[in-house]
Design a protein around this ligand. Sequence first.
Ligand code: 5GP
Length: 205
Amino acid sequence: MARIGLLIVLSGPSGAGKGTVCQALLAKHPELVLSVSKTTRQPRAGEEDGVNYFFVTKKQFGDAVAQQDFLEYAYVYDQYYGTPRSIVEEMLAAGRNVILEIDPQGAQKVMKTYKDGIFIFLLPPSGAELRTRIITRGTEDDASIKKRLASAAREVTQASHYNYVVINDQVDAARDRIHAIITAETLRVSRNQNIIQDIAEEVKG
Ligand code: 5GP
C-alpha cells in the first residue's frame, strides 16, 4: 500500500526566520513540498505570485472560503491567509511530505483535522534577538512593526501547543533539526505497520 505523506506544520513568531529556514530545508531536501498559501496582502519587494504566495483580492479570497477551498485560513496582521486544500491533499495522497508555514491560529485548526500532523514551532535564540530581527527587517512601517512585536510576544506562548520546538540560532542547524524530526516521525512504528507485516509474511515463506 502506498505510504501517505506527512503533513508538517511550521509556525513561529514574525522574525523567527521561518521563511529562510523553509527555503534552506527545500534546497537541501527537494523531495519536500512547501504549500503556497493565498493571501490578500500586497507582495513585498522580491516576492513572486505563485512562488511566495498566490496574491489575491478580498473577493477572490472570500469566494475560495465559500467554496471550502481552504484546509484552513486565518486573519493575520489585518490580512487573510489560507492554505489551498486540493494541492495539499493531492501531494499527501501521492506520498509526498508537505510543509505548511502558517500562523498558530491556522495551526490550531489543522491540529483538529489532521491528528497525525507534525507541529513544529520555530523560536529565535532569545527575545532580544527577536526584537532586533523584527525592528531591523526594514520591510514594514512603524505601526506594522509595533503590531508585529506585540503579536510575536503573544505567538511565542503558543509554542506549548506544538509537538516540537526548534531554536533558529543558525539557519543550517535549524534546517537539520527539522529534517531530523521528519526522519524520526517517518520511522514511527505506527507509520510502519505495513512494512512490519510484509516482512513477517515474507519470512514465513
Ligand atoms: P507574512 O505576511 O510575513 O508572509 O506572513 C504573516 C503570517 O501569516 C506568518 O505568521 C505566516 O506564517 C502566516 N501565514 C502564511 N500563510 C498562511 C496560511 O495559509 N494560513 C495561516 N493561518 N497563516 C499563514
